[in-house]
Design a protein around this ligand. Structure first.
Ligand SMILES: NC(=O)c1ccc[n+]([C@@H]2O[C@H](COP(=O)([O-])OP(=O)(O)OC[C@H]3O[C@@H](n4cnc5c(N)ncnc54)[C@H](O)[C@@H]3O)[C@@H](O)[C@H]2O)c1
Length: 286
């Protein structure tokens, strides 16, 4: 099936990046948000990053103009009724996403493929909220979307071979390297990341080593660009705790159980870099 018209739902942190990469690849993109104000902010983010690419000589001003001409925004889902493929990037909440999938299923033509950017929720459960479970799957983009080379495609239990092949080809056309995972908690990337972070926190909690030495074992030992504890601080410990908790509840996999230390840190407001303190202390502007 040929994909030409893309819909994106949610123009927040991830949605704006998804809009950008689709426009960069020349697709006709419609993005839906819940208010004009949030939509303008999301589109301004796209404009900012494209302008930065122009300033850095990665693209020409003419390229930027033609990419932006591919993008249209709206605050109604009615604008999505002629799309070939729709990607949702709304908050990580099963109730919100299921209602959205049911709505998109009612509005979009039968051929439209519906994708979720969920980090850890069941894509099969989302597929079952529609009358087209064979045309639903996960497209898990990593942040920052325009820079990350990876795209994890999550195959729901119901996804057809044809849908999988179409979305793989679409993902490659965005310049991404494709991974395919079964619909399991955290898929590949978040499972490994959360298991590594959880193990690093347990080492710290058990007094085995300092945060610095635990991180160095991965940066110097394996060449990771950042250690697991520094990365957890960067992403926000509340976000990490929420994702680990959701994945553990779904799987009861002991590798994913959030530690008592992480819970205490979140409860006491040590949320990482954004709070000035997490596993490390941060001075303003750091
Ligand atoms: N933040 C990350 O690093 C990251 C990485 C990979 C995947 N994800 C996943 O991507 C999804 C979005 O995360 P985010 O960080 O971009 O969140 P975000 O809060 O930045 O953006 C969500 C946007 O969705 C909009 N929205 C909410 N309900 C809507 C609706 N019914 N219709 C249209 N728009 C609606 C909100 O106004 C908001 O702008 C989540 O499922 C998250 O787990 C996030």
């Amino acid at each position: 099936m040929e994909i030409r018209k893309i819909g994106v739902v949610g123009c927040g942190f991830m949605g704006s990046g998804i809009v950008q990469v689709c426009a960069q690849a020349g697709y006709d993109v419609v993005v839906a948000e819940i208010s004009e104000q949030i939509l303008s902010k999301g589109l301004a983010t796209v404009e900012y990053y494209l302008s930065r690419d122009v300033a850095k000589g990665r693209i020409s001003q003419q390229d930027k103009d033609s990419m932006q001409a591919c993008i249209r925004g709206g605050i109604t889902k009615e604008d999505l009724t002629d799309r070939d493929l729709v990607i949702e990037a709304v908050p990580e909440d099963m109730k919100i996403k299921k209602e959205l999938f049911a709505e998109l299923d009612r509005l979009c033509p039968g051929h439209t493929i519906l994708c979720s950017n969920t980090s850890c929720l069941s894509v099969t459960e989302l597929a079952r909220a529609t009358s087209r479970p064979d045309r639903v799957l996960g497209m898990h983009f990593l942040s920052p979307v325009p820079r990350s080379r990876l795209l994890e495609i999550v195959r729901a239990d119901t996804t057809s071979e044809e849908t999988l092949a179409t979305v793989k080809a679409f993902g490659r056309s965005l310049g991404k390297e494709i991974l395919v995972a079964r619909d399991t908690p955290g898929f590949i990337f978040n499972y490994l990341l959360l298991a590594l972070t959880g193990a690093a926190v347990r080492l710290l909690e058990n007094g085995v080593a300092s945060a610095e030495d635990i991180d160095k074992s991965m940066t110097l030992g394996l060449g990771h660009p950042i250690g697991p504890l520094a990365l957890a601080d960067f992403n926000g410990l509340d976000v990490g705790y929420m994702v680990a908790h959701a994945m553990y509840e779904r799987s009861k996999d002991p590798c994913l159980a959030p530690s008592a230390m992480l819970k205490r840190m979140v409860e006491s407001g040590r949320l990482g870099r954004k709070a000035g303190e997490g596993f490390y202390k941060y001075s303003q502007g750091e």
